[in-house]
Design a protein around this ligand. Structure first.
Ligand code: KG4
Ligand code: ZN
Length: 358
């Protein structure tokens, strides 16, 4: 029961083979960081071209690593949305072509559902089932969504961001401060060197649905802080560092980041974590969650992982670092229950930039 998963929704070209939704046989991720980092964000046109270049070798590598031939495959799963439409098209078109040529069934997977399945897959690998109802937070560069998951395949949206996604806030703040793209990993690693109470940022007050998120106010507060502190020279120095080294080491970033900025970064990180966890805990109580799934790129945040240790009354489940950010193992895993339910896609499957999960 081997499913080949293909993921190309943003800036990683990925392929993986998963057996029965519970055994990861291979996972290959070709990152485009080198292409986009100098622009401070993903350039859609370049992303599509990079996917085209990478997709065939990445799929071949995934099959090789899993010692699997096309003849051993049961189905091919692909991310059909949400994401960058030009990027999605590469994966969707390639998956369709493979299915047509090899007479295999095609399964369409929602990228956000994929992130949730990264956790379900890894629990299964350990011989455990995720206890439901679960509360799921998917926080990445494109989404910040809270779902009630009453069972596999059954999702109710409880809240989402009204402006920037959590990862996007990291990326924009990092860009503003002269750090490269993506911003999350750099700021996360710098945060322990600053005082998280050093700068007071106010938490977002949401009218209407209190489980919605907003990060644009925090981003603007950082911008105001930067303007008030006259740190243009320091920022220019980091931009130079970025050009000279690809990417700079942590020591180099630290040497180029004075204490006041470190304190601001630590405070920014603390505020994002507080915004996320506050809503997670409230909604987990509301739905009587037996477990809390945290997934998406922001789930690799060390500060966030550490903070959840304080809440021993809740069962937090994080994916391993490599399955937190975009990958195809989660797509192949999410496809397995669809295969069992006979939920197949036709060759008219479209790439959809917006594709709500619930
Ligand atoms: O899930 P992902 O690989 O792609 C999307 O679906 O968007 O997430 C990438 C996002 C980026 O915004 C990146 O800055 C953020 O996840 N990210 C982090 C960390 N690692 C990646 N944000 C905060 N802390 C991290 N350690
Ligand atoms: Zn993602």
């Amino acid at each position: 029961m081997r499913i080949l998963g293909i993921e190309s929704s943003c800036d990683e070209t990925a392929a993986a083979v998963v057996d029965r939704g519970q055994r990861l046989l291979s996972s290959v991720v070709a990152s485009q960081l080198g292409t986009h980092s100098k622009y401070g964000g993903v350039v859609p046109e370049l992303a599509s071209r990079e996917h085209l270049r990478a997709i065939v070798p990445v799929v071949r590598q995934a099959l090789r690593d899993a010692s699997t031939n096309f003849e051993d495959l049961t189905a091919i799963a692909v991310t059909s949305g949400p994401g960058l439409v030009g990027s999605l098209l590469v994966g969707v078109t390639y998956a369709k072509a493979l299915c047509y040529a090899r007479s295999l069934p095609l399964i369409a997977v929602n990228h956000v559902e994929g992130h949730i399945h990264a956790v379900i897959l890894e629990e299964r690998q350990q011989g455990r089932d995720v206890p439901f109802p679960a509360l799921a937070l998917v926080a990445s560069g494109g989404h910040t969504h809270l779902f009630e998951v009453s069972a596999i395949g059954s999702y109710r949206l409880l809240g989402k961001t009204r402006d920037d996604a959590a990862g996007e806030a990291y990326d924009k703040v990092a860009k503003l401060l002269g750090f490269g793209y993506p911003g999350g990993p750099v700021l996360d690693r710098l945060a322990p060197y600053g005082d998280p109470r050093g700068v007071k940022f106010t938490l977002a007050r949401m009218k209407g649905n209190e489980l919605d998120f907003s990060f644009s106010g925090l981003k603007t507060a950082v911008l105001r802080w930067v303007e008030r502190h006259g740190i243009a020279e320091e920022i220019a120095q980091r931009r130079e560092l970025q050009k000279a080294h690809a990417p700079p080491s942590m020591e180099q970033w630290l040497a180029a980041t004075p204490q006041a900025t470190r304190d601001m970064i630590a405070s920014f990180q603390r505020t994002v974590i507080e915004e996320l966890l506050r809503r997670v805990l409230v909604s987990a109580d509301e739905i009587g969650a037996e477990s809390i799934i945290v997934s998406g790129g922001v789930a690799s945040n060390l500060g966030l992982r550490q903070e959840t240790n304080r809440y021993s009354g809740y069962r937090f489940l994080f994916p391993s670092q490599s399955l937190s950010t975009d990958n195809a193992a989660m797509i192949a895993a999410a496809a397995f229950p669809k295969f069992e339910r006979g939920e197949f896609a036709g060759f008219d499957l479209r790439a959809q930039a917006n594709l709500p999960l619930a």
